[in-house]
Design a protein around this ligand. Sequence first.
Ligand code: ATP
Ligand code: ZN
Length: 226
Amino acid sequence: TAPARDRLRIAIQKSGRLADPARSLLAACGLSWRQSRDKLFCFGESLPVDLLLVRDDDIPGLIADGVCDLGVVGLNELDEQAKARRQLGLADAYRPLRGLGFGACRLMIAVPEDWDWQGVQMLQGKRIATSYPAILSAWLQEQGVDAQVVELSGSVEIAPKLGTAEVICDLVSSGATLAANQLKPVEVLLESEAVLAGPAHALDDARAGLMAMLLRRLDGLSKVQD
Ligand code: ATP
Ligand code: ZN
């Protein structure tokens, strides 16, 4: 069994869309850290709650491995890695605990602007580029559509221009990136926002109390903001 720990460790994005809002939210919960914005690790001062600053993609795995107890991550990323684990026959390792009200976006299918969209059957036999292969393949199966999933780690929106795929499945917020690439969004696979993620199974040492306190403070905050 894992050694008991008396400090809580929260993984947040080091830089990117979720980095500043995650920090502000945790600060609003009364947490503070020694100044070390460029470091990987921030030692908690007001409470025994430390931060690990990482790439968002690493957050679900850090929770699964027990390196971190909590993480602030997009539901898109959490859901993708949860589905990928399930497709590999692995047990669930994490779950979303709270929606955090920032980082809103949708995972969508987008097609060339000049397509006359008639419905999902138009995807039959097509190549779809995405960074979310597990969510996409589960969705295609649900829709009864047979299409080829082309996994790309970035710049998915240029795949149709490059001829790597006809269609894409990517995150959309304003739609400006799609429009700039002569694509239009047609189907929603997932409504996403940043979530506080925790382990699938409850902790059983001092961290459990810290986690409960943090969740109470978070819930108190959302009441004030509403
Ligand atoms: P990292 O270097 O940490 O891997 P990244 O480039 O993968 O960073 P960001 O672009 O900062 O990540 O996005 C982080 C999260 O922000 C996404 O996973 C998603 O939940 C959310 N998000 C909100 N709007 C958008 C958008 N328009 N495009 C991409 N992500 C968005
Ligand atoms: Zn990332």
